[in-house]
Design a protein around this ligand. Structure first.
Ligand SMILES: [Zn+2]
Length: 417
């Protein structure tokens, strides 16, 4: 519910949409059901208790991640009393994060929740603390050394190792995971009778030797840190410098980008990065276009980009100093202007700046000319402005049209008798 409210992006004093408003009202009125829930003040600890175990469960969904901890007290008679000690849930970040990473966040939440409890309850024997997750990937991450994984995963696993160690983690099927109730979300009406939540999975009340067999931990390729085996002479800068000559050798924009894509793919093969089938994908194609834009901008606006990186402004001598401009997160030089506040899409509001005398730009203009079915200057300019701001565009467009054979034949004056 909270995530939905947040995602609706309405201001603090705006009226909500009707559907959301109804949902909220329903939710609010159902909260009175919570009054029926009674939680005992004491854990079922008696003087006859001979063993205490802590069982922490964690889980995640795309909506939230959660952790819940149960205390199991075994009496001298052998009966096991289970009580819920603590639980915590967090709404998943709006930024899309992979489910295994969210599961790992859940595990970190459980580690932080359990650690102080171990100290307070004086359970010193680690064999009597168990942490459960339903994610095999998280288990595999926790079994491996943090240095094996990518930064985010490495940081989290190191933190979990520090708080709880890595040997107490076990696998629990999703359906028997009490934390699943919290990560999935439960209506207040269902909560009082939800045994899984209050008392953990059924097998927790019987001795360990009778617990169902657990799946063994599998290994994973997820988020493995890429080893840097690539030859140092094949860096991106090196590629950029050597590739510049291509723009004069290839006849069309598409051919240029496709060749670049294959070169980039060759480099990724060397770096042992996996890629798709034998065809160039749209993602690869677009990445190559951006590579070219970076190369061309770097070649023509090196000084300006340097100034922007250093001082965030371009000084008066440059042809770009009159335009508002900035470097985006991909290091591409873009223009800002009066369209800043409009509702146009990002590329139209912040077009990419391209220089005037560049073979790459000429190929781009020729492509746009063909795609607009030999369109005139104004039409081409409109199409180009959806993504680019080309310096001296009109002049260049006129030259492209002038050199186009098809247009030339169309223009030819009919001879008179
Ligand atoms: Zn033409």
């Amino acid at each position: 519910m909270i995530q939905k409210l947040w995602l609706s992006r309405s201001g603090w004093d705006n009226d909500l949409e009707k559907a959301l408003q109804d949902e909220w009202q329903n939710y609010r009125s159902s909260l009175t059901e919570l009054e029926k829930i009674k939680i005992t003040r004491w854990f079922s600890y008696t003087s006859t208790a001979c063993k205490m175990e802590l069982h922490g469960f964690c889980d995640a969904s795309i909506k939230a991640y959660a952790a819940v901890v149960h205390l199991v007290v075994t009496n001298k008679s052998g009966s096991r009393q289970i009580s819920l000690v603590a639980a915590k849930s967090k709404v998943a970040p709006i930024k899309t994060i992979s489910l295994p990473r969210l599961e790992l966040s859940g595990a970190a939440l459980l580690a932080k929740l359990t650690r102080p409890m171990i100290c307070v309850l004086k359970i010193m024997n680690w064999s009597e603390v168990r942490a459960w997750t339903d994610s095999q990937i998280v288990l595999a991450w926790l079994q491996g050394h943090p240095s094996k994984w990518t930064t985010v995963v490495a940081n989290r696993t190191a933190e979990i190792h520090h708080l709880l160690g890595k040997n107490i983690w076990r696998h629990v099927p999703s359906k028997q995971n009490p934390a699943d109730c919290a990560s999935r979300g439960v209506l207040p009406l269902e909560l009082p009778n939800l045994d899984l939540w209050w008392r953990g999975p059924e097998w927790l009340s019987i001795p360990e030797q009778f617990w169902p067999n657990r799946a063994t931990c599998e290994s994973t390729d997820e988020e493995v840190r890429k080893s840097a085996t690539c030859n140092s002479t094949l860096t991106n800068d090196h590629l950029d410098n050597n590739i510049l000559g291509l723009q004069n050798r290839l006849s069309t924009f598409t051919k240029l980008i496709r060749v670049t894509s294959y070169v980039r793919r060759f480099m990724s093969v060397i770096k042992k990065v996996k890629h798709g089938g034998s065809f160039i994908t749209a993602t690869e194609f677009n990445a190559s276009v951006f590579t070219w834009i970076r190369i061309v901008q770097g070649h023509h606006f090196a000084h300006e980009i340097f100034q922007l990186q250093k001082r965030k402004v371009i000084n008066g001598n440059s042809s770009l100093s009159k335009l508002g401009n900035f470097l985006d997160e991909n290091g591409i030089l873009r223009m800002t202007g009066r369209l800043y506040h409009s509702e146009l899409n990002y590329n139209e509001r912040f077009p990419i700046i391209l220089p005037d005398k560049s073979p790459f730009v000429r190929l781009l203009l020729e492509k746009v000319h063909r795609e607009t079915l030999h369109g005139g200057a104004q039409l081409m300019l409109n199409v180009l402005n959806r993504n680019y701001w080309i310096i001296g565009a009109r002049n260049q467009i006129r030259q492209v049209i002038h050199k186009c054979i098809t247009c030339y034949k169309e223009r030819a004056a009919v001879q008179t008798q």
